[in-house]
Write a protein that binds this ligand. Sequence first.
Ligand code: TXE
Length: 544
Amino acid sequence: MMSVETLDKLAERAEEIISYDPATGEEVGRVPIASAEEVALAVKRARQAQVVWSLESYRERARFIMRARQIALDELEEIATLISRETGKPVAEAISMELVPTLDLMQFFARRTHHLLRPEKINIGQYGLMGRASHIIYKPLGVVGIISPWNFPWAIPLGEVVMSLMAGNSVVLKPSELTPLTGLKIGDVFKRAGLSEGLLQVVSGDGRTGAVLVEAGVDKIMFTGSVQTGKRVAQSAAKTLTPVVLELGGKDPMIVLEDADIETAASAALWGAFCNSGQACASVERCYVHEKVAQAFIESLVEKTRALKQNIGTSEDADLGAMSSERQLRTVEEHVHDAISRGARVLAGGRRSSSLKGSFYEPTILADVDHTMIVMREETFGPVLPVMTFKTEDEAVRLANDSVFGLTASVWTKSVRRGKRIAERIEAGTVMVNEVLYTHGIAQTPWGGMKQSGLGRTHGRLGLLELVAPQHIHVNRIARLRDLWWFGYSPGAGRLFRGLARRFATGNPLQTSLLLPQMLRRLVKKQDSRKDERDEARTMNDNQ
Ligand code: TXE
C-alpha cells in the first residue's frame, strides 16, 4: 500500500484516474480519462437525444426520475458505502447528507416541475386595456454541462441532473477526479431506470476534461468548485457567451448572541463546522460569540469536540471520517499554523491524527483569532472552527460581512424577530436563524452565494429557472387598429406624444383617459389616411 500523498500525485498524472480511499489508501477502482473527442461526441449525442426528450410531457419525464429514485433507494447501502470509500466520510453521513436529501429532491422535482414552470400571465397595466396580453413560457435550454466537486459527489451533481432533465434538457456530467466512481454510479442508476443513453452521459476526467466540456458548445454550465477554477470557467465560457451558474466556496459566519440557547448553539456549531470533516461550502468557518456568553459557549464546544469519534468512514461509530485528500489536509495545516504563529490558541485538536494512518485531521477549536489570520479570511474547508468574541450587534454584523465570500450565515438568538432583523443585514445568499448549514438539503429553497461565493442559483424555483429559457409571448387582440405611435408623425401626433409622456406614463388610467379625444382623432385620421391611400391606389389601378 502506497502513502496517501504519493497516491494523490499519481492520480493527478495518470491517463486513467485511480480512485483511492483516503482513510486507508486502498484502491476503490479506476476509470479512463475521456478524450476531447469523446467529450465532443457526448455533447453531440446529448443534443440529438434532447430533441425528443423536450417533447415528452412532465409526467413522462417524471416516470424516469421516480424509477431512478427507486433504484437509488434499493441500493442505498451500496451507494453510501461507495461515497464513504471515495470521500472518507462516515457511511451514516453519506446517507443523511447525500441520499436522504436527493431522494426527497427527486420526488419533489418529479411532482412539481410542471407547476413551477407553468406558463405565467404578466400584468401589463394599461397596455392590457388596449387589447394586448403577455405571458411567459419556459423552454428547455438544450444540453447542460455539469462540473461537480468531490465533497458531496452524489448530492451536488444528482440534484442538478434531476432538475436539468425535468426541465427538458439533456446532460453531460463531469464528476470530480477524486470521486469518479460515484459520478459513474449516477449515470448507471439512470441508465437502469431506462433513460435513453444520450440524455445523461458521464465523462470521467480531471480539470482538463472540465475545461474541454466548458468549450464544447453546451447551452449552460453548472459548476461547483473553487473560486479560482470558477473564474477560469467563467472566462472560458465568455468566449461563446455560454451562461454559467457558479457555486463556489464560503467562509460562513455563525453569530451567537447573548440571548441564544447556548447548549444548542454549541451543538450546532460542532455539527456545522465538523460534519463532512468541514468540507462543505456552507460549513461554519467562523464563529462570533457575544462576550457575555463566550466562556460558557466555548467550554461546551470544547467538551463536545473532545467527545467526537474519528474513524474510518465505514465503521459504525465514526462521527468524523478522513479528509477527502492529502492536498486538502495540507491546506488545513497551513491555516492552523498561520493562526498559531499569529497568536491563536488551540483549545482542541490542532494536528493530524496520531492514531489513524490515512488523511485524518483532528477536529480543532481555535481561540484568540482575528481577521489578519488566513483561517478567518480564506476558505479552510476542513475540521477547524476559530471562535472570536464581540461586544455589540453592530460589531457582529460588521465582522460577519468582513469577507469576500457570502454563501450562508447563521444567527443564534431566542428572539426570532431579532434574528430576522440581523439576518437581513448579512451579505449572504442564505441566512439561517437558529439553524446551520443544512438548507442545501431542502429541494424547495434556492441555493447560491453573494460576492465571490458565486453566480446564479440551484435548487428551488430559482434554480429551475436557471435551466430554462424564458420566452415572452405578446398578443394584440385588436389587430385591425394601427398603433398610436406608428408612422404618420405630424404636429398633432407630437402633441399627443407629449400628452402620453405626461399622462399615460403615470400608469394611471384616469390620467390617460384625458387623452382619449386626441387618441381617437389620431386613430380616425389614420384610418382616414389609410382609406385615402386605398382609394388612391384603386384609382391608379383603374387608370392603368
Ligand atoms: O476544486 P476545483 P478543488 C474549494 C475548497 C477547496 C478548493 C479546491 O476550498 O479547498 O475549492 O478544491 C473541475 N475547467 N471547494 O481543487 O479545482 C475539477 O475537475 C473546468 C469548494 O478540488 O474547483 C472538478 O470536477 N473544470 C467547493 C471541479 O472542477 C475544471 C467544492 C472542482 O474542482 C477546471 C470543492 C477547469 N479549468 C472545492 N479545473 C464547494 N463550493 O462546495 C478543474 N475543474
